[in-house]
Design a binder for this molecule. Sequence first.
Ligand code: PRT
Ligand code: MG
Length: 226
Amino acid sequence: MILDQSLADPADRLTLALSKGRIFEETVPLLRAAGIEVTEDPETSRKLILETNDPQVRVIIIRASDVPTYVQYGAADIGVAGKDVLLEHGGEGLYQPIDLNIARCRMSVAVQNGFDYASAVRQGARLRVATKYLKTAREHFATKGVHVDLIKLYGSMELGPLVGLSDAIVDMVSTGSTLRANNLIEVEHIMEISARLVVNQAALKMKRARLQPILQAIEKAAAALA
Ligand code: PRT
Ligand code: MG
């Protein structure tokens, strides 16, 4: 279901959905390239709606995994979310994501150092895998014909194998230092991840004149990061 845009913002008012931390920090320069300056810092402000230099543009700060939902329902016109998050959401009501080449990492399978993943897989053992990314993990293991019981977690997946909750985890890896610090090793690389810009489908039609130049400027700035 898409909200009727007349119930949301007027045609020239734009709402952008971002999450705090790396997504916010790495999106700011791309917005700047489109002439949008966020005038408040979500790390120090408790406000959930931030103003910008343009009175018609505002930024809402929400949980990373909630970004596709706000955009899907038209509560935000544009959002920035990781490919990991978008795959779990499914992408309904969202228009063609632009790859922003930011917040890059990889989605991997990791196990405790010493666990013989290859032979467990070879023997057709049923593996217990803890992850926040049920959909993507299910698809990955199904494609490979590996039997798994998936355990849904909301964070700190790295702990799973250390306390016997699971044999393996599926999580994001960037420097690898979290895995190393917890005596885990990567055994499979599932996919490369980066953040994408998503647009509400109705907003793209109703606010095209307002959105098009911003999307173009962001796309150009993002392409330079590739
Ligand atoms: O933190 P919260 O639960 O609110 O949500 P979130 O974790 O989804 O948000 P956030 O801001 O942490 O991540 C937003 C997006 O950034 C993710 O959806 C990914 O697309 C992307 N991204 C890029 C990452 C990382 N790099 C990353 N390193 N997301 C998470 N991590 C975590 C990873 O889960 C692991 O715990 O960082 C740890 C590994 O980092 P290294 O450097 O030690 O390998
Ligand atoms: Mg996080």
